[in-house]
Design a protein around this ligand. Structure first.
Ligand code: MLT
Length: 268
């Protein structure tokens, strides 16, 4: 358990709060194309998880599993002057954190938007490879531990269309200190299998997949979405694992439509 963890946030706009939780090995700049767009109608809060981005000097103590990351996010959110529960948007590792945030801090969640993420835990092989990556980060440094992952995050078309994204990805990931990489890998290895809990999710949920995502397929996301009672599913075309940056217009439209539906349904 982490005591009084305040994480770095970027916040803009006014209205119902939207909390954006990035994936691994990134930071809140993942949401550069959402911060301004949604700030015209919402209060948008993009958080840097412990050890990442502006939270690079946050304590990593006790971050043994994803629940601890969710608690660190909750501590930070509790310190902000927010009106009511938040729309939680989590991408990949941010989705694991978002699910735990819902499980542990339900009254704070207005809706869930789960992007490029999955509910299953890791196989024992996947756990081993995460522990190996954690050791590699400490022994050989961040690039050695993350470059293989980075190569899968953007589609070939995205890299050709937007070379600046490839550069952003490398620079952002390589800035992360090895202990933060290691802590996140170990926490993901220890995360809970959420599949049995999906049927209990009682907030409106949107699942967003990428048609070219090699890390989390559209089939896996569709299956997760079907297991959640009040869930919608959208596949973003021509995007791999980072649709908010690869296809911001499609991504923003999907989130906008979903939030508008919640508002008009008046679903609590
Ligand atoms: C992410 O993008 O956060 C990672 O793909 C999550 C993972 O390694 O499972």
């Amino acid at each position: 358990m982490i005591a009084d963890t305040r994480l770095f946030v970027r916040s803009s706009g006014d209205g119902e709060p939207i909390l954006l939780i990035h994936g691994f090995p990134l930071d809140a700049s993942l949401w550069d194309d959402q911060l301004n767009y949604f700030a015209s109608s919402y209060r948008v809060i993009a958080i840097d998880l412990p050890g990442f981005g502006g939270s690079h000097d946050a304590s990593l103590q006790g971050l043994d599993d994803i629940a601890a990351y969710a608690d660190a996010v909750a501590d930070t959110i509790n310190g902000l002057d927010l009106d009511g529960p938040v729309h939680v948007v989590g991408l990949s590792m941010g989705g694991y954190v978002g699910l735990e945030f819902w499980r542990r801090h339900r009254s704070r969640v207005r809706s869930l938007i789960l992007c490029h993420t999955k509910a299953s835990g890791d196989s024992s092989l996947a756990k081993q490879s995460r522990h190996a990556a954690a050791r590699k980060a400490i022994e050989k440094g961040t690039p050695a531990a993350v470059d293989e992952v980075l190569a899968k995050l953007l589609s070939v078309q995205s890299e050709m269309r937007s070379p600046h994204l490839t550069q952003w990805l490398r620079e952002t990931a390589h800035r992360i200190e090895p202990p933060a990489i290691a802590a996140a890998q170990r926490a993901m290895a220890n995360r809970q299998d959420f599949r049995k809990l999906l049927g209990q999710i009682d907030v409106p949920t949107l699942a967003i997949a990428g048609t070219d995502d090699e890390i989390v397929s559209t089939e896996v996301m569709l299956e997760m979405s079907r297991a959640i009672p009040s869930s919608k599913f959208v596949a973003i075309h021509d995007a791999a694992h980072l649709s908010p940056r690869e296809q911001p217009e499609q991504f923003n439209a999907a989130v906008d439509d979903f939030l508008a539906t919640i508002a008009s349904d008046g679903v609590a």
